[in-house]
Design a protein around this ligand. Structure first.
Ligand code: GDP
Length: 487
């Protein structure tokens, strides 16, 4: 039986979405969610998407654009006044003028892109006004990982946090928090300073999981890593305890932790799902597969697990705690591996196969009846060109770009100005090799040589106009996400 509060929540979502629908009749709009764990490439993806549409970029696989049916695309005021705007202009100035990567997503933001187009069919031209607004909603994937918390009490949350911290790769970094939790008497008087300490040691364990060499994906609570504007609030100042059962004593440390945990669910998690996730029509989930591949099988398996949790948030039907009654539901989900410009095009299909394998079980488990799910390996912004280098009798495929200041290969440290050709290595032919738990972590010479590059230098036309940002398969992503709406 769902509890009364759940029914009230669901009814509210249904009303909200009905209101959206009716207003939607007057101005057709579609809400596109863009998510992924931190540094997956959300900011870069949105900037590249908008830039390419506004500037008529080369998008051969995006039918409306390549057949010349898009009259114009422009930014408009977003409909939600309480949500920060995605800082498109700043990000483009960074990318194009300064050739630096823009500041990454830290919280939710939104941008409305309106496209005026001509329908491909005579019927379509008669029926539609040929104008659609795409509300792009950018939000941290970390926040999605909180959904399962709604079905768990504090005791279960604590127990699972402890169990997970015993997995290989996590044990040593979890120790300070584990020791602190074990030293706290749950029945002792509530203590604010101790609560803060517990939160801080748990949050630094979660942060350590994310570090580059481990690349373990994230555990809830999502706001411990991406607090948005809630930093320091009581709803965010708690942590899992160990060694307790039965009922909490009033005024005890455990009672305080339980209350804050419940407040986190009520005031942070539920409103986020109700006000944002439940209103999405389409979703793209970005994954940084390359970083996980470089860090070895435990990171790859971990990425699979978190992808499964992320995708389960978009599952329609009653099995989903909050979205059960949502009339508007996500009908297309794209899982995209970004940064494919770090490898030679001969490996792009391999990368796509790896992501497909990553998503397979999650897709099967989530049972997205009615939704279509696709997978792509792409680069929202292509920072490299391809070439070949001859070494003796061998011709090696290389990628050429400007590595960021301080990046290195072996003893070579790059200065951020010099163009360099790099042999990136090959991805394995069969994805299975990357998932084998018994496989040794990559030793000194990783499977792929991962160097971060500066954004590309944009060419200018004779009239001084900058051309649109180069990409790999961004048009394929757009066709899947928006193509039918512009048909
Ligand atoms: P977010 O946290 O999901 O918003 O991640 P960002 O969009 O800020 O991307 C994080 C970093 O990944 C950027 O600063 C870039 O270094 C890199 N990156 C993201 N997308 C691309 C891409 O398409 N190509 C390349 N070469 N690097 C990318």
């Amino acid at each position: 039986m769902p509890s009364l509060t759940t029914i009230a929540d669901e009814a509210r979502i249904a009303l909200d979405t009905m209101a959206d629908r009716t207003t939607g009749l007057w101005s057709p709009s579609i809400r596109l969610g863009v998510t992924g764990l931190s540094r997956a490439g959300k900011t870069v993806f949105i900037s590249a998407l908008v830039h390419n549409l506004i500037h008529g970029g080369r998008l051969p696989l995006f039918d409306a654009q390549s057949s010349g049916r898009i009259a114009k695309a422009y930014l408009e005021h977003q409909p939600d006044d309480a949500v920060p705007r995605f800082q498109y202009e700043d990000h483009i100035a960074d990318l194009v003028d300064r050739r630096i990567w823009p500041a990454s997503t830290r919280a939710i933001s939104e941008l409305r892109l309106t496209i005026e187009y001509e329908s491909a069919s005579a019927w379509g031209r008669l029926l539609s006004r040929g104008k659609i607004s795409v509300d792009i909603v950018d939000y941290p994937g970390e926040w999605l990982l909180d959904l399962p918390l709604l079905g768990k009490d504090f005791e279960t949350f604590s127990r699972e946090a402890i169990e997970l911290s015993e997995l290989p790769g996590r044990e040593d970094i979890a120790r300070p928090w584990r020791n602190l939790a074990a030293s706290i008497d749950p029945d002792a008087e509530a203590d604010e300073v101790l609560a803060r300490k517990l939160f801080e040691s748990f949050a630094s364990y979660l942060r350590a999981c994310k570090e580059e060499s481990r690349a373990l994906s994230t555990l809830p609570p999502g706001r411990f890593l991406m607090p948005g504007d809630l930093e320091g609030s009581p709803a965010l100042t708690f942590g899992p305890l160990s060694n307790f059962d039965g009922r909490a004593r009033a005024g005890s440390m455990r009672a305080m932790m339980e209350r804050r945990y419940e407040a986190y669910k009520t005031h942070v998690v539920k409103p986020f799902f109700r006000e944002h996730i439940a209103r999405l029509d389409r979703q793209i989930v970005l994954v940084d597969a390359m970083q996980a591949i470089n860090a070895g099988p435990s990171a790859v398996n971990d990425l699979e697990r978190s992808l499964m949790e992320i995708l389960s948030c978009f599952r329609p039907g009653r099995s989903n705690l909050l979205t059960g009654l949502v009339s508007r539901r996500i009908d297309r989900i794209l899982i995209a591996a970004t940064k494919a410009d770090h490898i030679h095009h001969e490996s792009h299909d391999r990368l796509q196969a790896i992501v497909r394998r990553l998503a397979e079980r999650a897709i099967a488990r989530a049972d997205f009846s009615g939704a279509s799910v696709d997978v792509v390996a792409m680069a929202a912004i292509r920072a490299t060109r391809e070439g070949t280098v001859t070494r003796g009798r061998q011709t090696l495929p290389v990628i050429i770009g400007t590595p960021l200041t301080g990046e290195s290969i072996g003893d070579d440290v790059f200065d951020g100005e010099t163009e360099t050709a790099i042999f990136p290595g090959d991805l394995p032919e069969s994805p299975a090799a990357l998932f084998r738990k018994d496989a040794p972590p990559p030793a000194g010479d990783p499977a792929i040589r991962f160097v971060r590059f500066r954004p590309p230098k944009l060419e200018r036309t004779a009239e001084g106009m900058t051309l649109s940002l180069p990409h790999i398969r961004l048009d394929r992503a757009l066709q899947f996400l928006l193509g039918d709406k512009l048909a």
